[in-house]
Design a protein around this ligand. Structure first.
Ligand code: MRU
Length: 326
């Protein structure tokens, strides 16, 4: 099953707000519908956002709405942190001069390349991990960097899938990933479907899983990698990197080249999305904080380059902790 695809002139995507209980598809025919789906995380994850951005431009260009440029601008800005969204929009837009068919062809090439690139970077990540730890390797992960965040294979979970194919994967620990529970809802769903043994823990337990030696490595995805090697990913990644350094465990980031942003010199130059306070103060339908409580719902954090043992992309291995720059 592909998380996002193009069928009969429309975007077809898994509605990730329904998982794990309800597996339903969204059919999207306009850029405005796509922006809405992205904002409410029905479509999410950096590589999937890149594909969505490009397909959204194809929709806008084909339909030539009066407000085409405004619609594309709104799409590009629908979420600010994952650079892949703007990258996908810009790549498709670059073909505008060649007509709507060329724009769509570019978007479809981005979609197909995502599958190939995931596999290539996942193999590189598994090779690297096996050089640094004896299998079977127990892994801590955070958020969802699986097929649901891409087109079908996954980045961080792609690495775990390759390790499993090689008989070298031990147990996977999954942070729940408050407040939207991408770990509890999505990563557990994917790992269960793949038959990979896993255990869900609260976010605050992640560092202790490393300190106790239950996991010997961290493998995560990224929303953006700055030019100095800082990694921006789902909030809660940074504490795992600190704990991994303390425990002497490798901290591996698996991401496509499209996640690397030479225009962001360092992590502090990247806009961190601040989401609706309602996500933070509600657990299900229940409000858990006193009315009027001040909140800061940061959706991502910055892991400094010196804590990032390695980044694998479809093309290369980068070791920021050793001073290598993307
Ligand atoms: O807010 P989300 O769910 O879009 O955040 C996703 C993440 O932080 C992922 O770890 C990242 O996009 C990498 S996905 C391969």
């Amino acid at each position: 099953m592909r998380t996002i695809d193009w069928r009969d002139g429309r975007i077809v995507a898994v509605d990730q707000t329904g998982l794990p209980h309800d597996v339903r598809m969204l059919e999207i025919g306009t850029t405005a519908e796509l922006v809405d789906a992205i904002k409410r995380l029905a479509i999410r994850g950096a590589p999937a956002l890149g594909v969505a951005g490009a397909l959204g431009v194809a929709l806008a260009v084909r339909d030539e709405p009066e407000d085409r440029d405004r619609d594309i601008k709104a799409l590009r800005a629908a979420r600010p942190t994952a650079v892949n969204l703007a990258w996908g929009v810009d790549r498709a837009l670059a073909r505008l001069g060649d007509g709507p068919d060329a724009v769509l062809a570019e978007a479809l090439e981005i979609l197909e390349a995502d599958v190939r690139d995931n596999r290539a970077l996942a193999r590189r990540g598994a090779d690297w991990l096996l050089e640094h730890a004896a299998g079977p390797i127990d892994v801590q992960t955070h958020c969802n960097a699986g097929g649901l965040a891409c087109v079908e294979w996954g980045t961080a979970l792609g690495v775990l899938r390759v390790l499993r194919e090689r008989g070298a994967l031990g147990h996977v620990y999954v942070d729940e990933t408050r407040p939207l529970l991408q770990g509890a809802r999505l990563t557990t769903w994917e790992l269960a479907r793949l038959g990979i043994a896993h255990t869900l823990v609260v976010d605050a337990a992640g560092p202790s899983i490393l300190a106790r030696g239950l996991a010997g490595a961290v493998v995560v995805g990224a929303d953006r990698v700055a030019a100095n090697g800082d990694v921006i990913n789902k909030v809660g990644t940074y504490p795992l990197a600190l704990a991994a350094a303390r425990a002497g465990a490798p901290f591996l980031v698996a991401a496509p080249e499209s996640t690397i942003d030479p225009a962001s010199p360092a992590g502090d130059a990247v806009e961190i999305e601040v989401r609706d306070p309602d996500e933070l103060v509600h657990i299900g339908q229940t409000v858990v904080a006193p009315p009027g409580t001040a909140t800061l719902n940061l959706a991502f954090d910055v892991t400094p380059a010196d804590l990032v043992t390695a980044i694998v992309t479809e093309r290369r291995l980068i070791r920021p902790a050793r001073g290598e720059r993307p």
